[in-house]
Design a protein around this ligand. Structure first.
Ligand SMILES: [Ca+2]
Ligand SMILES: [Ca+2]
Ligand SMILES: [Ca+2]
Length: 300
């Protein structure tokens, strides 16, 4: 029974998640325009675009639209513990651009302006697996930027000291709750770290629903670097030693945002969390990697 329910949910989530690369006709930012120590304009060509489910239509019924698959580490939980909707942290779209020689740019669009969430102190960012073993190495997170100018204030990068992200089965729930350390080591914090200019954030000058990030391209191996990434928005659980969540909470402890999950509904300990499936950058997966977004999954 469990198996068939799980399959159904996976299919529902996969169908509603679309990933595509988009090109446009505008000119790229030229290398001469790029400052290696401060991000600037975001290039508009060769942008990887990821769409995520949004929940504004189902929120009045206190249920998510779909896309929450605990067994794959896909969460669609922009709700408080009373299933009240948090649209300032409901990820709708994410863009990644690697055309600048110095910077990787990420833009995350929420359903409502980020300023609506100021009292909740959300964190936004991306997790990265940089050696492609399905275990995350880094998470870059920012509190809501104060303005539309690039700043390192409130931007942090954490790493993991036991190379055991995801416990026995990375991405997937371990059979027993894991004592893996999660993201426990500070690499960068508001300009403190080996490179004071490593990572930046701002509110988009054009859209108050969009937070923009920039981090040094050299951090992920430059133009040819390969990595897996996924965006996160976090309000209810911000303890980074709780990664990966499906190893640190049982399904019952975590709860579910989907009424169709029956007794597991509603959200319990794992609330106020949104992410997407896992996305490859700089390579096309040729083997089975758990939790990948549908267009990148290898069919047996
Ligand atoms: Ca979402
Ligand atoms: Ca890894
Ligand atoms: Ca695991």
């Amino acid at each position: 029974m469990k198996q068939s329910k799980f399959s159904f949910l996976s299919a529902a989530a996969i169908i509603t998640l679309l990933v595509m690369a988009l090109g446009s006709f505008s000119q790229p930012v030229m290398a001469a325009d790029s400052d290696p120590n401060k991000p600037g304009d975001i290039p508009t060509i060769k942008t990887q675009t990821v769409h995520d489910q949004t929940n504004e239509k189902t929120a009045k019924d206190k249920t998510a639209f779909g896309g929450d698959v605990f067994g794959l580490g896909w969460y669609e939980r922009p709700f408080d513990q009373n299933m009240g909707y948090l649209p300032f942290m409901d990820i709708a779209k994410i863009l990644m651009n690697r055309e600048d020689p110095n910077w990787v740019y990420v833009q995350m669009f929420m359903v409502n302006p980020l300023s609506e969430g100021d009292a909740s102190k959300p964190l936004y960012g991306i997790e990265m697996d940089t050696d492609l073993d399905n275990r995350g190495e880094f998470i870059l997170l920012a509190s809501t930027p104060k303005g539309t100018e690039w700043s390192t204030e409130g931007v942090m990068i954490m790493s993991n000291s036991d190379n055991n992200m995801g416990g026995i089965k990375p991405v997937l729930p371990d059979t027993k709750l894991s004592d893996a350390k999660g993201y426990d080591k500070e690499v960068f914090n508001s300009g403190k770290g080996d490179d004071p200019n490593l990572a930046w954030a701002r509110i988009s000058p054009k859209d108050p629903k969009c937070i923009q990030f920039a981090f040094k391209s050299s951090f992920i191996g430059g133009a040819k670097g390969k990595f897996i990434w996924m965006p996160w928005a976090l309000v209810g659980v911000q303890d980074l030693t709780k990664f990966e969540f499906n190893d640190k909470f049982t399904r019952e402890e975590a709860g579910s945002p989907l009424k169709s999950d029956g007794a597991t509904y509603p959200l319990k300990s794992l609330w106020g969390v949104d992410n997407t499936a896992r996305i490859p950058s700089g390579f096309v997966p040729t083997g089975n990697m758990p939790g990948l977004a549908e267009p990148f999954q290898i069919k047996p």
